[in-house]
Write a protein that binds this ligand. Sequence first.
Ligand code: APR
Length: 186
Amino acid sequence: MDKEITQIQIGTARVILVQGDITEQGTHAIVNAANSGLMGGGGVDGAIHRKGGPDILNECKIIRESLPDGLPTGDAVVTTGGRLRAEHVIHTVGPIWSGGGTGEPELLARAYRNSLALALKMGFRSISFPSISTGAYGYPIEKASRIALGSVIEFLEKNKGIDEIRFVLHSTHDLRVYEDALKELA
Ligand code: APR
């Protein structure tokens, strides 16, 4: 069961931090922390494909036909949610952390912004994010959380149409880091 801990209101939108499993979220869309290949992986990617079933991968394969070099870091595409509660999955690719000097902060912000822009374009009123890049891609979560929340808040201040944005953290530790970041930004 999710523990809804912290939330803030930005205009007509609510930003909510929860501890839980992103594949269980009932928002209109959930965001996958994918890789450029879009053929699945571990972590969030593995959980989404495992629980969502083959329809998600089949749509990823069709998308890949138009992206011979793969999905660029920071870009976002949408597929069905398959067997998930969420109707759609937005796949985005976060940056791999390599010390912070190769544009990682801006690429991470782009992944959040482009996912939100795509959700808005598709008419999705609610969306769930994982903590992109802070697992296998090694992005320090203290830094990533401030970029994640900062870019989402900035987007909501400029754009109407999304009612609820959830950050679904997989551990109490990660939730605490995001809570501290939100206190700094709110
Ligand atoms: N629900 C919510 N959060 C989750 C879940 C889940 N079911 N599973 C893992 N997480 C958390 C991790 O603890 C981490 O904080 O999501 C965050 C992102 O971790 P990863 O899934 O490893 O994603 P990322 O760091 O962006 O690396 C992406 O890993 O799985 C592969 O194919 C993927 O190559 C890509 C890379």
